[in-house]
Design a protein around this ligand. Structure first.
Ligand SMILES: C[S@@+](CC[C@H](N)C(=O)[O-])C[C@H]1O[C@@H](n2cnc3c(N)ncnc32)[C@H](O)[C@@H]1O
Length: 365
C-alpha cells in the first residue's frame, strides 16, 4: 500500500503516469492539511459527536462547543476525503472514521492525536539530513510528550494485540516472559491471558514506566505482568531465565551493532528451547514498500537508527547462536511482522530423545 495521489478516472491516471499532474502540490500542501484536519477533528470530538446519528453543522458546533463557520470548512474537507459523508444538511461518519476513530477498545484515536509529536520532530528533518544529528526522542521528550507517546503506542497495540497473541509462537509449558521496551504492556497482557501459566516482566526506561503503568493497571493483571525499570542497552538479563523474550517496535531505535550485541545477551537470558520474538514494522528485502521506507527515514531521524529487514534480524539471531525461523507476517498495522528464533537445547550426545526434542522445537515455532 502507498500514500499519495489517487487518480479518479482514466485520464487522470494517464496524466499522473506521464508526470503531467503537478503532484508536489497534492503531496505537500494537500497532504499536510489532510493530516491536521483528521487530528483536529479527533481532538475536538467531532467524530465522537457523530457516533450515534447524523447531525447538522449547528448541532455538531453546539455538541463540541465550536464555531460553526470554520467547522463547516473542516467538515467539508473531511467529507470530500471520505472520513465523513454529507447527506443534504447533515454529516455522518464514513466507514474509516466509524471503524478506527471512535472511542472503542480498538480505536486509533490516541495514536492519531499522538502523531502531533511526530509533527514536531519532523520539523527537524532538514537539520538531520544536513548534519546527521538525530533527535534521540527517548532522551529528549518532555513529560507531556512521554504521556502522549505511551497512549499512542497503546492505541496502536489495541488493533493488533489479539492477532499478536494468536500468532506469537510460545514454547510449550512456558512460564517466564521478558518484554523489552514493552511500554503499556498490552502484548504481554494478551499473551498472558492466552497462556495462563505465563508471567511477564516488562523492562522499560523509568520515564516510560511513569506514564505507561497507569495504562497497564487498567488491565488488572496484578503480578502476572510487572515492570522492571532499566535500560536494555546495559541491563544484565541473567542466564537461562526466560522461556520467551518479546522485543516489539524497539530495534528500529537501535543501530546494527547495538542490536547484534543485544541479541547475544538475550540469547544468554533464554532457557534452552526458548524463543526470541522480534516484532515490528520489518522491511521485506527488495520490496517496493513505500511506508516501510518512510518509517525508515523517520526512525533514522528520531533515533539515529532505522527499519531493519527480516534478513538483518535473522542474521543477528544466527550470530548470537539462535536458530531463526521463517518470518511471520502480521499485516496489522501494515508492514508489521515477527522474526522468531529458537534457542536449541545444547547438543549432548546423539540420542533419539535429543533428536526428537530438536524436531519438536523446530515444528512448534
Ligand atoms: C515504539 S515504543 C514500543 C512499545 C511497545 N513495545 C509496542 O510495541 O507497542 C518503544 C519503547 O521502547 C522503549 N525503549 C527505548 N529505548 C529503550 C532502552 N534502551 N531500554 C528499554 N526500553 C527502551 C521506549 O521507552 C518505548 O516505550
Amino acid at each position: 500500500m502507498k500514500v499519495g495521489a489517487t487518480p479518479e478516472n482514466l485520464l487522470e491516471s494517464i496524466a499522473l503516469k506521464v508526470g503531467y499532474v503537478p503532484r508536489p502540490i497534492l503531496d505537500t500542501q494537500a497532504s499536510m492539511i489532510f493530516v491536521r484536519a483528521i487530528q483536529v477533528a479527533v481532538q475536538l470530538g467531532v467524530f465522537d459527536a457523530l457516533s450515534s446519528s447524523p447531525l447538522t453543522i449547528d448541532e455538531i458546533a453546539a455538541h463540541c462547543n465550536l464555531h460553526p463557520e470554520p467547522l463547516r470548512k473542516l467538515l467539508n474537507a473531511l467529507a470530500y476525503s471520505g472520513y465523513l459523508k454529507k447527506d443534504k444538511e447533515c454529516y455522518r461518519l464514513g466507514i474509516v472514521a466509524r471503524r478506527w476513530l471512535l472511542n472503542t477498545n480498538h480505536s486509533l484515536r490516541n495514536y492519531v492525536v499522538g502523531r502531533s509529536l511526530a509533527w514536531d520532530w519532523l520539523n527537524q528533518l532538514e537539520d538531520f539530513v544536513r548534519t546527521g544529528k538525530a533527535v534521540q526522542i527517548h532522551q529528549e521528550m518532555s513529560d507531556q510528550q512521554w504521556e502522549q507517546y505511551q497512549m499512542g503506542m497503546r492505541s496502536l497495540a489495541s488493533i493488533s494485540g489479539a492477532r499478536v497473541a494468536r500468532c506469537t509462537p510460545v514454547p510449550p509449558g512456558a512460564r517466564k516472559m521478558l518484554d523489552i521496551g514493552g511500554a503499556h504492556g498490552f502484548y504481554s497482557v494478551m499473551l498472558c491471558r492466552r497462556y495462563p501459566s505465563l508471567q511477564a516482566t516488562i523492562l522499560e526506561l523509568p520515564e516510560a514506566i511513569e506514564y505507561a503503568s497507569p495504562i497497564l493497571a487498567e488491565e488488572g493483571m496484578g503480578d502476572r505482568v510487572v515492570y522492571k525499570a532499566g535500560n536494555a542497552l546495559t541491563e544484565d538479563f541473567g542466564v537461562e531465565t526466560y522461556d520467551l523474550i518479546l522485543i516489539s517496535n524497539v530495534i528500529h531505535h537501535f543501530d546494527a551493532d547495538t542490536n547484534r550485541e543485544l541479541f547475544h545477551r538475550l540469547k544468554r537470558a533464554l532457557r534452552p528451547g526458548g524463543y526470541l520474538v522480534v516484532q515490528g514494522s520489518i522491511l521485506p528485502l527488495n520490496a517496493n514498500d513505500q511506508p516501510g521506507r518512510l518509517w525508515d527515514l523517520f526512525f533514522a531521524m528520531t533515533s539515529d537508527a532505522g527499519s531493519w529487514t527480516y534478513e538483518d534480524i535473522a542474521k543477528w539471531q544466527r550470530e548470537a547462536g539462535l536458530t531463526p525461523r521463517k518470518p511471520i507476517y502480521l499485516g496489522m498495522p501494515p508492514g508489521s511482522g515477527q522474526q522468531v528464533a529458537v534457542k536449541l537445547a545444547p547438543y549432548k550426545r546423539p540420542s533419539l530423545t535429543w533428536l526428537f526434542k530438536q524436531i519438536h522445537l523446530f515444528r512448534s515455532v
